[in-house]
Design a protein around this ligand. Sequence first.
Ligand SMILES: O=C(O)CCC(=O)C(=O)O
Ligand SMILES: [Fe+2]
Length: 336
Amino acid sequence: MDLQVESCDFDNIFDKVIMQGKFGVPYSTGKDELYLDYSKTGSPPAYKVRRSNPVLSLTKTLREEMPAQKLESNPQYVYPPDFDLDEVCERLTTGPGWAILRGMFTSEDIELATRAIFDGQVINTESNNFNNGNDESHNKFAGLMWGLLSKGEIFSKIISHPIIKEVSVKLLGKNCRLSSLASSTVMPGMKGQKPHLDYPYYRHMWPEGDTSMDHSPENLLSLQVVTLLTEFTPENGSTAIVPGSHIVPRHPDDVDEFFSKAIQLTANAGDVLMFSGPIQHCAMPNNSTKLRCGILQHMCPLYVVPFENIPPTGEENEEMRRILALDMPYPILKKK
Ligand SMILES: O=C(O)CCC(=O)C(=O)O
Ligand SMILES: [Fe+2]
């Protein structure tokens, strides 16, 4: 499948937003000095970031007039010209279990999302709970940041992309819903994530026995949709995936076997990576000098309990009401 669009002028969002010091992202591998004035004082939004690494040397102070939440995004969407719904869905189910949709978001959208995530946030690069043994321990990965919908309107726009809707509706049902929404950042020098399956393919939620999670690959209980805010490369920790491992879902207990079979994906900012919930995968270590970041939009059928509690604001439009399942009647209190 080749879903290339002609050109995506991303103007290197990372350099624009982060390397030029517009935002106080803690550009740290854990040991270098870091000063993030904004996070300590709350206001005014002036940032000072200092880092001792000469390659990345950043000493910047900058005033930002407009908080990222207030920035309005262009309501229009990009429709990759070669998008083929059937082909993508086949890849995600009976095929290798993953697909990349190229050029789904403009550089403007990517910049807005990047600003909203890194504006004054501290990313902890120290711990990643790689080995605590639980099927869901990957959710403690230090690079994950939750509650994105409250951080900017751009995230409602991103998760409502009509093509993401078409694929998730076809695979998960008309009333499929958001299960969780997080950004996943791998800072330079940071370790990777524990190989895992995505929610709810955790053994402790199922009747005991290896085969209890054996749904047919077309009957998905979760779909992961990753909108790339930076490029993903093997060097910077792009997602590793074992193609075909979703067909008979098994946890990657044998980590050596996982790494011997896994491939690492390469894609650009603005592309969307989709993969089947029961595929074996993980974020990988970042050996580059720039951070790697994607938005994880986890979708599930209406009848699956979502992972994250996302409180509504009361201002949701029709599509956001659908995605958040705000009109879902169950559980219901029956009086008679
Ligand atoms: O960021 C990535 O590459 C994958 C993250 C992931 O799989 C997860 O947090 O469930
Ligand atoms: Fe995952």
